[in-house]
Design a binder for this molecule. Structure first.
Ligand code: C2O
Ligand code: CU
Length: 486
């Protein structure tokens, strides 16, 4: 299974599977990336316990494990299988995933599979789709992966602390029949980049988020870790050959931080988002990835052979002075080999995918208001006026299409996430389909603004959560439930 996955994606060179697999030769006629180009950010892959093709079975053990983030120090991070990020799961569309989760943390936990259209009882939401997994307990997650794309997994208990202290990992689902495979020659070699941050003292120990960063105001603001991480590394360097494309598959797993990225003298070509390819590529000076969200970008690096350039984190104004007096930071580096610049023979295809707009002519409408109450001194964040603990599930029916209108009454942005389904953003004023529809599961609702999206429920009844993916906001109450019935 791993061998097949590595061979099909042509990206074996950077993988370090625990089964012994020779990296396949580049099959698409492209020159190779510089030797060891992605070594600094390699993600572990788990051992596939089931040799059957189309079954990916692995152990996922949540445990406190020593990690080195700051040189010369160790951090007692919260990990899956002892590593931050947790292992990268590679699968193909339609594969069956079997994850044997065991909890060796000193707290309850669960695993939520962000963005995957799985059955409700595998969704990992404690108290709604399963009981929490107590310390020493276990739970088997078994589901199929119906869609190609980059997904991720994380706990859904005390999320700001558990995710913030290291519990997250990626699932890359590929579709051998999609342009992904047939157009590999134009997309370049791929690299999964998990962007996050963690709050550390200089000696490497974990800062307790609740005792620092301004109490209730910290909650309202959304706490950002003080140390930026790329695949668990601080300021790593990847290598590139000038002109030779790389495909960066980015997920923002930070508890609050937005990632706005810039690479001097370069543009990013956005080709996909949460739910796979967008209809046509879009060139951007900077890309923004909100907490929970994904971006699939092609970088055709420009620069001078032999030099190193930084990829910068650029402050993003997500409300109430969140970008005020905050300097940009160097997030990671691209070191150019001394090879002569490569000239790509083919343009990135102008059409990537056809996405039909959802038919909203007979849709139901649902209004969601995101708000907060700070009058008591405690920060309580709400959906439709009530915090999660007091909310009643909202009924909905399988097979129906709804238009959600999400109104943000606060001075802070909220990246709004719906579990288990993709949706299509609509024109926020007219509610009309956008000229280039896309599939998202996490959508930024800017401060004091209203957005709309269309969502169609396929036949997976059960409980489905929606919430702000600034995890401090979710923990402070900005979560709700949909009860989907036949
Ligand atoms: Cu990443 Cu409730 O989600
Ligand atoms: Cu929020």
């Amino acid at each position: 299974m791993l061998a097949a996955a590595a061979a099909l994606c042509g990206c074996g060179a950077g993988m370090r599977p625990m089964t012994s697999v020779e990296p396949p030769p580049p099959s698409n006629g492209r020159p190779a990336q510089p030797d060891g180009w992605d070594r600094a950010v390699t993600l572990q892959t788990p051992q596939d316990l089931d040799p059957t093709p189309n079954v990916v079975e692995f152990d996922l053990d949540a445990q406190v494990g020593a990690q080195t983030f700051l040189p010369g120090t160790t951090t007692p991070a919260w990990t899956y299988n002892g590593v931050v990020p947790g292992p990268l799961i590679r699968a193909h569309v339609g594969d069956k995933i079997i994850a044997h989760f065991t909890n060796h943390l000193p707290a309850d936990s669960t695993v939520h599979w962000h963005g995957i259209r799985l059955p409700s009882n595998m969704d990992g939401v404690p108290g709604h789709t399963q009981p929490p997994v107590h310390p020493g307990g276990s739970f088997d997650y078994v589901f199929n992966v119906p869609d190609p794309g980059l997904f991720w997994y994380h706990p859904h208990v005390d999320s700001a602390a558990q995710v913030g202290d290291g519990l997250y990992g990626a699932i890359l689902v590929e579709d051998p029949a999609s342009p992904d495979a047939s157009q590999a020659a134009t997309f370049g070699d791929d690299l999964v980049l998990m962007l996050s941050d963690i709050d550390l003292r200089p000696d490497g120990s974990l800062l307790d988020p609740m005792s620092t960063s301004g109490g209730g105001f910290g909650t309202l603001f959304g706490r950002e870790g003080n140390t930026l991480l790329v695949n668990g590394q601080v300021k790593p360097t990847i290598e590139a050959r000038v002109g030779l494309r790389q495909r960066w598959r980015i997920v923002n797993t930070a508890k609050s931080r937005y990632y706005q990225l810039a690479l001097d003298g370069n543009t990013f070509t956005l080709i996909g988002v949460d739910g796979g390819f967008i209809p046509a590529p879009i060139d951007k000076q900077m890309i923004v990835v909100v907490p929970g969200g994904r971006a699939d970008v092609i970088v055709e690096p420009k620069g001078t052979p032999g030099t190193t350039v930084p990829v910068k984190w650029i402050p993003y104004d997500r409300g109430y002075g969140t970008a005020y007096m905050i300097p940009p930071e160097e997030l990671f580096y691209v070191a150019f080999s001394s090879d002569a610049p490569y000239v790509e023979p083919n343009a990135v295809p102008a059409a990537l995918r056809t996405i039909e707009p959802l038919d909203t002519s007979t849709s139901l409408s649902r209004s969601i208001t995101l708000g907060g109450d700070t009058s008591t001194g405690d920060v309580v964040l709400t959906i439709n006026g009530v915090p999660a603990a007091m909310a009643e599930a909202m009924p909905a029916k399988v097979g129906t299409t709804e238009v959600w209108t999400v109104k943000n009454t606060m001075q802070f942005d909220h990246p709004f996430h719906v579990h288990g389904f993709f949706f299509q953003p609509l024109d926020s004023v007219t509610g009309a389909a956008l000229p280039a529809p896309q599939w998202l599961d996490t959508y930024n609702v800017p401060q004091m603004q209203t957005v709309q999206f269309a969502i169609k429920y396929d036949d997976r009844p059960g409980m489905w959560m929606f919430h702000c993916h600034i995890l401090d906001h979710a923990d402070a109450g900005m979560m709700g439930m949909l009860q989907l019935s036949e």
